[in-house]
Design a protein around this ligand. Structure first.
Ligand code: GRF
Length: 200
């Protein structure tokens, strides 16, 4: 059984999808050991409490990056976390944090990286006029939205879309993609060749 630690800052729909898949066994041999938010009022924390999970607020406001990260890493280690999943966690991790969990931190981003890193990726993609959009689950390294890609899901951009309908359809794919990536990483059945993650 592997322990997952979730970091979030907001509504937490990706966390909820993961929690559901852990509960049904669609995410195999895993347990959500702790849900941590840097925003005490995050909806995702409330959901975690309702699900009976350990829910911890570690406010980031007014703290420098590394001292906040040290508190978060201490909480993750206290709960024996094997895999850290960023699910709408709106903070860049310090290099020190990344080094604490080598190839053990995942992030989800609502674009087909390397297109449209950063904030409001769906709006960026829509405004750019792309015909295909999607989401990416990747390992976290020291650069924003940059580490090796584990899973991507693509969807067509419809002529009838606006940025909201597009974002909603990307989100549906995010909820599928994250659990797929977690299963692959926890199974250990992959190898890394440069930036390429290949199933074994
Ligand atoms: C998602 O779009 C995710 O890709 C991005 O932040 C958003 C979080 O949404 N990193 P939610 O909190 O999981 O609903």
């Amino acid at each position: 059984m592997k322990n997952i630690g979730i970091l979030l800052s907001g509504r937490g729909s990706n966390f909820e999808a993961i929690a559901k898949n852990v509960a049904t066994g669609a995410v195999r041999n895993a347990h959500i050991a702790v849900v941590i938010s840097n925003k005490p009022d995050a909806g995702g924390l409330e959901t975690a409490r309702k699900l009976g999970l350990n829910a911890v607020a570690i406010p980031s406001k007014g703290k420098d990056r590394e001292s906040h990260d040290r508190e978060v890493v201490a909480a993750l280690k206290q709960h024996n976390v094997d895999l850290v999943c960023l699910a709408g966690y709106m903070r860049l991790l310090s290099p020190w944090f990344v080094q604490q969990f080598p190839q053990r931190i995942l992030n989800i981003h609502p674009s087909l990286l390397p297109a449209f890193p950063g904030l409001e990726a769906q709006e960026q993609a829509f405004a750019y006029g792309v015909k295909v959009a999607g989401c990416t689950v990747h390992f976290v390294d020291e650069e924003l939205d940059h580490g090796a890609i584990i899973v991507q899901k693509a969807i067509p951009v419809l002529d009838s879309d606006d940025e909201h309908t597009l974002a909603a359809r990307i989100l549906e794919q995010e909820h599928i993609a994250y659990s797929e990536a977690i299963n692959l990483v926890l199974s250990g059945k992959f190898k890394t060749a440069g930036r390429r993650i290949v199933k074994t």
